[in-house]
Design a binder for this molecule. Structure first.
Ligand SMILES: NC(=O)c1ccc[n+]([C@@H]2O[C@H](COP(=O)([O-])OP(=O)(O)OC[C@H]3O[C@@H](n4cnc5c(N)ncnc54)[C@H](O)[C@@H]3O)[C@@H](O)[C@H]2O)c1
Length: 310
């Protein structure tokens, strides 16, 4: 019999996690406090699975994968017999505290409880719970069935065993887990994304380039490499003798630049200007269509990476 995963919250991210686990052969019970959300989720799941099939990103027919995902009538039913519970409800500390208290009561003692939260450290919603040693953040990137990174961010009291089991389950589900060794706001990905946004906002605000050109720096420059190697491997290959050689050649320049990289205030005037430039490129009512275009481009890229890996 297949292992069971419980997905709590059937919105954008919960739905996507259901696909990740079902595609890898796990049985999935999906639960939402709002019955209509659970109903709507069925149709959306079929659409997402059909898109994935068109790009060769699932190994079975969409119906076979969809059949592994079953709606649960209650939170208790969803959690019954699950090896791991992936929580995806509203992003506030109060809501996370409440749902984790409920889940900790209902789940069997060896069930791992994880949260998809983008910003809230595990210790903020698990500290007073009896089962706090099996609770951790597992932060995905939207949509996790296309972007495999998952950030495991345990609290100081999460057991090593629970982290290792979560790592194993996400790996078997086809994801790419990374471990945050100690808690910090924003985890890894959003801190790095924040650093890039901070600098792009500063360069725009101080009149160095247009928003269009700053986007190009990533999509036609850094982003091409970054889709298959990170910043450390990049600099390792950008000087003949590797990282130390690179640092000797260019380290002083980066240090000088870093002194001029101040925190940006995200002020309204700047944001309104960027918004207005974006709206000239893309009208508000075209955002949904463009998001589907983005997901299709991502699927093409993921299919390409899979082919290369083989
Ligand atoms: N949207 C993103 O890009 C993204 C990326 C990574 C992580 N996350 C995180 O994932 C989580 C979910 O975000 P989302 O974008 O899917 O939100 P969403 O609003 O699309 O979905 C939330 C769902 O949770 C349900 N819900 C609320 N309270 C509940 C409860 N007590 N029990 C069961 N179901 C409940 C709601 O009915 C809704 O269907 C958040 O913590 C968010 O920070 C989001």
């Amino acid at each position: 019999m297949s292992e069971k995963i419980a997905v709590v919250g059937a919105g954008l991210i919960g739905r996507a996690w259901a696909i990740v686990f079902a595609r890898a052969g796990f049985d999935v019970a999906i639960y939402d406090a709002v019955p209509q959300a659970l109903d709507a989720c069925q149709q959306l799941l079929r659409e997402n699975l059909s898109d994935l099939a068109q790009h060769g990103l699932i190994d079975e027919a969409p119906d076979v994968v969809a059949a592994r995902i079953k709606p649960a009538a209650s939170l208790a039913d969803a959690l019954q017999g699950a090896v791991l519970v992936q929580e995806n409800v509203k992003e506030t500390v109060e809501v996370k505290r409440q749902i984790f208290a409920e889940m900790d009561k209902l789940a069997a003692p060896d069930t791992i409880l994880t949260s998809s939260t983008s910003w809230i450290p595990t210790s903020e919603f698990s500290e007073h719970l009896p089962g706090r040693d099996r609770i951790l953040v597992a932060h995905p990137v939207n949509p996790p069935y296309l972007v495999p990174l998952v950030e495991l961010a345990p609290a100081p009291w999460t057991s090593k065993k629970a982290v290792a089991r979560a790592h194993d389950i996400y790996t078997r589900a086809g994801q790419s887990p990374v471990l945050l060794k100690k808690e910090i706001t924003g985890f890894l990905l959003n801190r790095i994304q924040g650093a890039v946004l901070n600098e792009a906002l500063n360069l725009y605000e101080n009149g160095y380039a247009s928003s269009e050109d700053l986007d190009k720096v990533l999509k036609d420059g850094l982003g091409l490499r970054w889709s298959f190697m990170g910043p450390f491997e990049t600099i390792d290959l950008n000087a003949p003798d590797g990282i130390i050689d690179y640092a000797q050649r260019y380290g002083h320049t980066y240090r000088d630049v870093a002194k001029t990289q101040l925190p940006n205030e995200w002020n309204e005037t700047t944001l309104k200007q960027i918004e207005s430039e974006r709206r000239q490129e893309l009208k508000t009512d075209q955002l949904g269509e463009r998001s589907r275009w983005r997901d299709n481009r991502l699927m093409g890229l993921v299919a390409h990476k899979r082919k290369q890996a083989k």
